[in-house]
Design a protein around this ligand. Structure first.
Ligand SMILES: Nc1ncnc2c1ncn2[C@@H]1O[C@H](COP(=O)(O)OP(=O)(O)OP(=O)(O)O)[C@@H](O)[C@H]1O
Ligand SMILES: [Mg+2]
Length: 326
């Protein structure tokens, strides 16, 4: 049975290597309404790299394209979404993989190396199934998809007892245990516990990259810090890269090594998290920083739009330039 405890630190050279490279990525939603083509450019020419063992923040208001961007890097494309240009390349232990150029390789690697904590994942636990099944179902799904890799990964964890033991290790990593959740339904657990369960599930395949989409937007302020601290601890203990998507700049600042700020499908600002968030240059990043954002993305978005309009009015009247605007 594996122990989910890769504590050997990466060397400096390994740390500086890229885990993922996105180059000129374009991802559109294309619909045809009675012969009229409608196109939403959710990701419009984005290039970035994510290093091994780093926490990479992606921030931006609602509809800026954050979820679309990470779906493209997870290869989770469903119509009407289309990748219309650019490349996404992984660089995991078994060599580089071109996500859209080598779909066969990607399919195997996707389950072995990448875990995706979907937006609202704490709400997708089946309310009429006990939470412990979330783990055993998850483990079984992996086995069906890729038996060879799974046999290696789970070291023969086939029985329910073995799978539960495996789940228990992952749960203990996030400060829970199988004993605590056994026999309970999702409505009997707190938001923070559910969020931790979503993270624990993501740890089971021992990924090299965890992508977490708005993992703290639905929990209150006191829990938010404990969950972002958990991501930092996991990165340090497991040598994993984490992509942290949020509209909450305070937590992005707190845990990210580097950040990008997205707006309308493009990156408006990027760099070291301290530089970008302490001294934002783009008018939108300034508005985002000045906003005290509520956790609900829609409310946050409304506040941002208002503040951005005010900032643009101030810019126009003071005559200062917008250095990084497209
Ligand atoms: N299935 C879809 N069909 C058509 N358009 C879509 C679809 N999913 C998303 N979009 C559009 O793509 C754009 C980017 O959406 P996306 O979900 O990536 O934004 P986001 O930054 O994750 O927003 P939020 O913070 O609210 O989660 C939006 O204009 C959205 O309306
Ligand atoms: Mg989203």
């Amino acid at each position: 049975m594996q122990n989910l405890m890769r504590t050997q630190p990466l060397t400096l050279a390994e740390n500086a290597m890229d885990a993922l490279t996105i180059d000129g990525l374009k991802c559109y939603y294309v619909n045809d309404y009675f012969g009229v083509r409608r196109e939403i450019r959710a990701v419009d020419d984005i290039s970035l790299t994510i290093r091994k063992n780093e926490i990479y923040g992606i921030a931006g208001e609602s509809s800026s394209g954050k979820t679309s961007l990470i779906k493209t890097l997870a290869g989770a494309i469903r119509p009407p979404m289309r990748v219309v240009g650019g490349t996404v390349k992984f660089n995991f232990a078994d060599g580089p993989i071109d996500v859209y150029g080598e779909p066969g390789k990607m399919k195997a690697a996707r389950w072995r190396h990448l875990s995706y904590i979907m937006q609202g994942s704490m709400n997708v636990l089946n309310p009429v199934r006990r939470v412990k099944h979330a783990f055993t179902d998850f483990a079984s799904r992996h086995m069906n998809l890729d038996p060879a890799a799974t046999a290696h990964r789970f070291k023969g964890a086939k029985s329910r007892a073995e799978k539960e033991a495996l789940a228990d290790i992952a749960l203990q990593r996030v400060g829970l245990s199988m004993a605590e959740i056994k026999g309970r339904f999702s409505h009997e657990l707190s938001g923070g516990q559910l969020q931790r369960i979503a993270v624990a599930r993501a740890l089971i395949p021992e990924p090299k990259l965890i992508v977490a989409d708005e993992p703290v937007s639905m929990v209150d302020a006191s829990l938010r810090m404990s969950i972002v601290n958990l991501f930092r601890d996991l990165r340090d203990a497991l040598n994993v890269s984490i992509v942290y998507i949020t509209h909450d700049l305070a937590t992005a600042y707190y845990i990210s090594d580097r950040v990008v700020i997205m707006r309308k499908g493009v990156v408006v600002e990027s760099g070291d998290a301290r530089d970008v968030l302490e001294h934002p240059k783009h008018v939108y990043s300034i508005a985002l920083k000045n906003a005290v954002l509520p956790p609900n993305p829609r409310e946050a978005s409304a506040i941002l739009r208002l503040r951005q309009r005010n900032a643009e009015t101030n810019e126009a009247t003071s005559g200062s330039g917008d250095r990084l605007a497209r």
